[in-house]
Structure formats: structure tokens, C-alpha cells
Design a protein around this ligand. Sequence first.
Ligand code: R5P
Length: 296
Amino acid sequence: MLVFSGSSNQTLAKKLAKELKTRLGKIELTRFSNDEARVWINESNPGNQAILVQSLSAPTDQNLVEFCLIADALQRLGVKRIIAVIPWLGYSKQDKVFRAGEPLSVKVIAKMLQVVPLDKVITFDLHNLAIPGFFEVSVVNLSGRKIFREIMAQKITDKTVIAAVDAGSVKSSERFSEDLGGVPLIYMNKVRDLVTGKVAYKSMSESVAGKTVLIKDDLISTGGTLVEAAKFLKANGAARINVCATHHLYVPGAQEKLDKTAITQILVTDTIEPRSKSKKLQIISVAAMIADEIRA
Ligand code: R5P
């Protein structure tokens, strides 16, 4: 089974092919002079099954179109089963109609991704557990938690607490606390202005004075949540702040803002191709987890 990669995360696709002891399928991804994507799979017999890797990271819409074109080309070459590996499902934060007149964007994207029948979709830490319901095929929602647990387990002391930085991260922070043997949890009260997107913290459930605070979130986008959480925690006496987040979207300027905070270390995965060399960042690959899932 060959691994075909779109442009968005070729490093991860190569690692996955290595894990699976196969190779990358030959593919040419170029653009016509009018900027349309041009895909050519240079394999005469790609086999019955193929793996297609594409994160819907920026440029999201281009990567989405590329995914659809590659899937179509594979089907035309006789591939019957396509396992779609979409480590970061772009548009997944648009998982609700927030105001009348808005689309249910992630549902539209799910339909587009199924331009040809897919065998299954493998993804990571979806923002909303209702999202698999928007697909007609089975969606395997893997989690970075396992990787973070292995690394963080060695760093837990009796001064460590886990901070849930918003209502949405409460459940996953609680699970993370259990994973790490019942590390105490504190809850932070985040308010986001829906118009400006600005984040502010008003209060938290317990004191963090002298504590090492561990934050577990699904994603870093503008960095606003972590920047404000770090300011609030530091102002309330936190001794150290470490972060685990599955997806780093590398929004321009986000990492630079995070570099100026009191956060010591930010652990992220390679669901999105790394675009920063910040010393605070530690990047862990999810290739082995994806390979395990495919082999299973
Ligand atoms: C919120 O629901 C998410 O879990 C993240 O905390 C949030 O999306 C991060 O976004 P930003 O980095 O822009 O604050």
C-alpha cells in the first residue's frame, strides 16, 4: 500500500511510509499559470489500496482542493480503498452555526472530502466529538494525549497542577489528569469577545502560587488563549508553566507572541508541518500512531 502525499505535510507522510515499510507514491503537484492546482500521479499501477496524507492547514482551501483532486486521480487509476489521513481537519472549529446566516462549515468540508468514497478517515483531537457524524465513513479520532502522557509522566511532582484553560478543554484536561495519576486540576474562566476574538481571564478555581502549571489544549491558533492564560497564571504566582497542544496552526506571529510569555516549554505534534524553530517548542511525531492504526 503506497502513501500519497499532498503538499501540506510531506515530512509526516515520509515518516509514515517509513513506519509502514512502504514508499511514497510518485506524484507531481504543480499549478497552472492561472493558479489552478494540477495533480499528476506518476504510477501506472498504484494497487487496490492507498493512503492519502493531507493536513488541511494553511493554505487550507488549496490543500482541500488538492486532496480532492488526488483522491479522484487515485480512483481513476483503479484504487478501490483510500485511507484518508487528515491529521489536522481544517474548518473543525467552525463546528456550529454560531449566528443565523452562517454555514455549518465543517459539515460542508466533510462532504467535499468525500468526493470519492473513502475507506476511512484518520484524524487527531477533533475540536468537537460530533464532527465524525458529518462524514459517511468511519472517522478514527486519535489523540495526542498518549504521547503527552509518556513525556509528562516523568515531570510530574507534588507541585504540579493541570489547568483547564476554558470550558471546552475541561473534559480533556480531566482525562489528562487521570492519565497522569490524578494530578490536581484547576479551572480557569476564559471569556472571548466574539467580534474581536480577544481573550481575557477573570478568575480561576484555586490558587496556583508556587505551582508548576501544565496546560493541555487541543490547538494553538493565534496564541491568544495561551498568552492570556500565561499572564494570568504568572500574575497569580505560578512558578512554571508548560503546555501540551496537539495542533499548532502556526498562525503568523503566534509563536513569536508565545516566545515572550512565561511559558517554559510547548509540546506539540507534527499533525501540521512545523514552521517554527522556537527553542520553546518541542515537536513529537504522530507517524507511529497513525501507522499502528493503519496496521490494526
Ligand atoms: C478553544 O476552544 C480551543 O481549545 C483553543 O484554546 C483555542 O482555539 C486556541 O485558539 P487561540 O490560540 O487563537 O487562542
